[in-house]
Design a protein around this ligand. Structure first.
Ligand SMILES: Cc1cc2nc3c(=O)[nH]c(=O)nc-3n(C[C@H](O)[C@H](O)[C@H](O)COP(=O)(O)O)c2cc1C
Length: 193
C-alpha cells in the first residue's frame, strides 16, 4: 500500500516538508510505501499542470493522501489551492473513498482556517478524514523549529499511525468482501430557479 504526501510549500525542504517526513516515518514503520510530491514548488515555478499530472498518475494506484501547506495570510498557500482545484476537478474519481488528511505549518496563527479549507476537498470527494489527537499543525519558521515543537511532532506521528490503521482496516474489509460504496449520478440543484 502507498500514501502520497503533497508538500504545498514553495520551500522544498522547509517546515511543511519536515512535518510530512515525521508522518512518513510512521507510515514506513507500518509497512506503507510513500512518495513526496513538491507540488507547491512546482506550482510556484509555473509547473502546476505537471504537478497535477504526476499526482493523478500516483493516485491511480496509491491508497491514501496527505496534503501539507504552510499558512499564508491565515490561509493555505496559493500554490496548493491552484494544485488542489485542478487535481480534484480532473482526477477526483481516482481519489474517491481513499483516506486523507491535511496538515498545516505556521509561524504563529491561521492553522485551523487553513485546515478547514484543505479538508473540504476531501469531504467533497467522499474521502474519510484521518484524525490525530489535536488539529494537525506544527509551528515554526525553520525546519529545526518544527522538530522543537514536541506536541506538533507527536501529532504528526499519531496521524501517521492512524493512517496506517485506516489503510489496513480498509484492506482487511476488502479481503472480507466489504466493497467500496457504489457512487450514484450526482444531483445538481439550482437555488435560483
Ligand atoms: C507569504 C507568507 C505569508 C505567511 N502568513 C502567515 C500567517 O498568516 N500566519 C503564520 O503564522 N505564519 C505565516 N507565514 C509563515 C509560514 O506559515 C511559516 O513560516 C511556515 O512554517 C513555513 O512553512 P514552509 O517552510 O514549509 O514554507 C507566512 C509566510 C509567508 C511566506
Amino acid at each position: 500500500m502507498k500514501v502520497l504526501l503533497v508538500n504545498g510549500s514553495r520551500r522544498e525542504n522547509g517546515c511543511t516538508y519536515t512535518a510530512l517526513t515525521e508522518i512518513e516515518k510512521e507510515l514506513k514503520a507500518g509497512g506503507i510505501d510513500t512518495e513526496i510530491l513538491n507540488a507547491g514548488n512546482m506550482a510556484a515555478k509555473g509547473n502546476v499542470d505537471e504537478a497535477v499530472k504526476q499526482a493523478a498518475e500516483i493516485m491511480k494506484t496509491a491508497d491514501g493522501m496527505i496534503v501539507g501547506s504552510p499558512v499564508y495570510y491565515a490561509s493555505p498557500s496559493g500554490e496548493i489551492m491552484m494544485f488542489l482545484d485542478r487535481l480534484f476537478s480532473s482526477a477526483g474519481a481516482d481519489l474517491r473513498c481513499k483516506p486523507a488528511a491535511a496538515i498545516a505549518s505556521a509561524r504563529r496563527a491561521g492553522t485551523t482556517a487553513t485546515l478547514d479549507v484543505l479538508n473540504k476537498y476531501f469531504l467533497y470527494n467522499e474521502m474519510p478524514l484521518i484524525a490525530s489527537r489535536y488539529w494537525n499543525m506544527v509551528h515554526g519558521s525553520k525546519p529545526e523549529d518544527v522538530l522543537k515543537d514536541e506536541e506538533g511532532v507527536q501529532i504528526m506521528h499519531t496521524l501517521g499511525r492512524n493512517m496506517v490503521w485506516a489503510l489496513k482496516s480498509i484492506e482487511a474489509g476488502r479481503a472480507a468482501g466489504v466493497e467500496q460504496p457504489v457512487t450514484e449520478e450526482k444531483v445538481y440543484t439550482s437555488f435560483i430557479r
